[in-house]
Design a protein around this ligand. Structure first.
Ligand code: ATP
Ligand code: MG
Length: 323
């Protein structure tokens, strides 16, 4: 079942220098219980895609085109009050810095109990029991004592576990996780990603996981959408993206993953993608990857149509286009 559907989303803003389009014609679907990765380099539009879904675009950013459906209901035209009925309830969020989601003045238990009681008509004792179970589920040792501690008493990794517990407290259908482990060290990062995967799989909670890290994508996702300069350039199952990417940008991203299997003593070879992503004020005719693409031809001054391969593998590139 389709849980979230983004159709031709366009986000723009205008300032004294002109009108800019950080998201252009983004279309994505997320199925119930699915873990979809959104990957791409800094500025590609990953976070704005997530913020659009949650109705959290700050002015002057504005959705100027497209539609967003959540559980078959069109939500992009919701008022702030209507968005509040789904945000933090059917759609939970986890951001990079756990401290933005936690209130330093209240204990972790108080925050969990409050969230639980906001969404379910439970008396304090039962809500606290539920909070305790959530802390257990996210792997916090000695949860009984931890419940009465403040966020600053937790390490970064433990704090992010608490944020996951908070996001799960309302029993959402979808969790939007924007770089949830980027601030953590690599070892803790792997633990948190694996926890997120296990817990969302067992609860059948869908996840939209935003990251610039292909390693994280490989560890957890079912499908991946690759974004470049405000557009989706390729979407496919994670294995397909990792093993047979078709878009030259995806191919370059995959080639830039450090080879962890490199024989000891040999330096990791990290291929950089030459050049930079176009800035918002650079107008590029046609495919935005053209200036960095080894395969660019005259055709690329026009935007390619999407081409579809087996298993809903979608590619936006003239190389694979039949037209
Ligand atoms: N409030 C804003 N006002 C103007 N431009 C913005 C605003 N927020 C984001 N942008 C621009 O929109 C583009 C997409 O931003 P977005 O934050 O979605 O990128 P991202 O893919 O999440 O990057 P990162 O990996 O660095 O988080 C960028 O060029 C960014 O500078
Ligand atoms: Mg971002």
């Amino acid at each position: 079942m389709t849980l979230l559907q983004i159709d031709h989303l366009r986000v723009q803003f205008t300032n004294r220098l002109g009108t800019f389009t950080p998201l252009n014609d983004v279309s994505l679907t997320l199925h119930a219980g699915e873990i979809l990765g959104i990957v791409g380099e800094s500025g590609a539009g990953k976070s704005l895609t997530g913020l659009s879904v949650m109705g959290l675009l700050d002015p002057p950013l504005k959705m100027t085109g497209g539609k967003i459906f959540f559980k078959q209901k069109r939500i992009d035209q919701y008022s702030e009050n209507e968005f509040r009925t789904i945000r933090g309830k059917s759609i939970g969020a986890i951001f990079q810095d756990p401290l933005t989601s936690l209130n330093p003045l209240f204990t972790v238990g108080e925050q969990l109990v409050e969230t639980i009681q906001t969404h379910f008509p439970l008396e304090y004792k039962i809500a606290r029991e539920k909070a305790l179970n959530l802390l257990k589920d996210v792997g916090i040792p000695a949860p009984q004592e931890r419940l009465d501690q403040y966020p600053h008493q937790f390490s970064g990794g433990m704090r992010q576990r608490v944020v996951i517990a908070l996001a799960l407290a309302s029993e959402p259908d979808l969790i939007l996780a924007d770089e949830p482990t980027t601030a953590l060290d690599v070892c803790v990062q792997a633990q948190i990603i694996s926890l997120l995967k296990d817990i969302c799989r067992s609860r059948k909670t869908a996840v939209m996981l935003i990251t610039h890290d292909m390693g994280v994508i490989a560890q957890i996702c079912d499908r991946v959408a690759v974004m470049y300069a405000g557009r989706v350039v390729e979407i496919a199952k994670v294995d397909t993206i990792l093993n047979s990417p078709k878009h030259p940008y995806t191919q370059a991203l995959i080639a830039s993953i450090p080879d962890l299997q490199a024989p000891s003593g040999e330096k990791y070879r990290l291929t950089q993608i030459k050049g930079n992503m176009p800035r918002l004020n650079e107008l590029i005719q046609g495919c935005p990857f053209k200036p960095r693409c080894d395969y660019a031809t005259n055709q690329c001054t026009h935007l390619p149509m999407a081409t579809y391969f087996e298993d809903h593998h979608e590619v936006h590139c003239w190389l694979t286009s039949s037209k």
